[in-house]
Design a protein around this ligand. Structure first.
Ligand SMILES: Nc1ncnc2c1ncn2[C@@H]1O[C@H](COP(=O)(O)OP(=O)(O)OP(=O)(O)O)[C@@H](O)[C@H]1O
Ligand SMILES: [Mg+2]
Length: 246
């Protein structure tokens, strides 16, 4: 029997640390067209299921793109698992995306010409993973999302919910520490959307850290903590009672 102090998340460094993060979009002449994020300070704990809400144009997708290393802040710091990625070049960011981040979009962004299995293997292909290992890993995650019987289908032969499951499998295939979902049910009917949210709940239950953008209060109910943006700033940051540290 191992003795010692019980592990407590508060003792660990937050997985994500944003410090005074700004993102401005510029005009071709260099002047500021839009200040989309205007000073974001945010820590996200490992294992957290965080919802991001806010009106259209409040900066949610801009924030997600930064979190997902698809973009860099124009000012401020982003520490991902302790590593400052704010000034990494495109190649370094792409390496981090491949190894540590899974992205799920509202429109599934699958490659129409490729089979389900090949779509899921794409990220591993770019990481230079051996073919046999790619197959095995892609099959395993497709099994996890319930699509083992659709490996040879093309995206247009699948329902919307199935396509989003393929996209989730692709997001999971590199075993990322962070899963980002920008309105993952935005293109799905309510029942299908619920089944996708059930899958995200299960993945969170398995220990994944998830950040999800949603417009929908009911969807946000599933998250443990909800950050609301307004005009590029955090308007509120609410932890559900059940998840508060006593
Ligand atoms: N590439 C871009 N160039 C210029 N402005 C942009 C760009 N992308 C976003 N913006 C602007 O930045 C602001 C924030 O946009 P963002 O897409 O982050 O909002 P959002 O909260 O995701 O909105 P929605 O709910 O409609 O998806 C908006 O005013 C938008 O017009
Ligand atoms: Mg958006």
């Amino acid at each position: 029997m191992v003795s010692g102090v019980a592990y407590h998340p508060r003792m660990a460094e937050a997985m994500i640390q944003l410090r005074n993060v700004h993102r401005e979009y510029h005009r071709p002449d260099g002047s500021v067209a839009v200040a989309a994020l205007r000073g974001i300070d945010l820590d996200i704990e490992r294992g957290r299921y965080l919802g991001i809400m806010g009106q259209s144009g409040s900066g949610k997708s801009t924030l997600m793109n930064l979190l997902g290393c698809l973009d860099r802040p124009t000012r401020g710091r982003y520490l991902l698992e302790g590593e400052d990625v704010s000034e990494h070049d495109d190649e370094k960011l792409s390496g981090i995306r491949g190894r540590r981040i899974g992205f799920i979009f509202q429109s599934f962004h699958l490659i129409p010409e490729l089979t389900v299995l090949d779509n899921v293997e794409v990220p591993l292909f770019y990481q230079g993973v051996h073919r046999l290992k790619r197959h095995a890993r892609a099959r395993a995650v497709l099994d996890r999302v319930g699509l083992s019987d659709r490996l040879d289908h093309r995206p247009n032969q699948l329902s919307g919910g199935q396509q989003q499951r393929v996209a989730i499998a692709r997001a999971l295939v590199g075993d990322p520490s962070l899963l980002l979902a920008d309105e993952p049910t935005g293109n799905l009917d309510t029942a299908t959307g619920e089944s996708i949210l059930d899958l995200l709940d299960a993945l969170h239950g398995e220990g994944r850290t998830i950040v999800m953008v949603t417009h929908d209060e009911n969807m946000a109910e599933r998250c443990e903590r909800i950050v609301t943006l307004r005009d590029g700033l955090i308007e509120s940051d609410v932890m559900k009672q059940a998840n508060r540290v006593p």
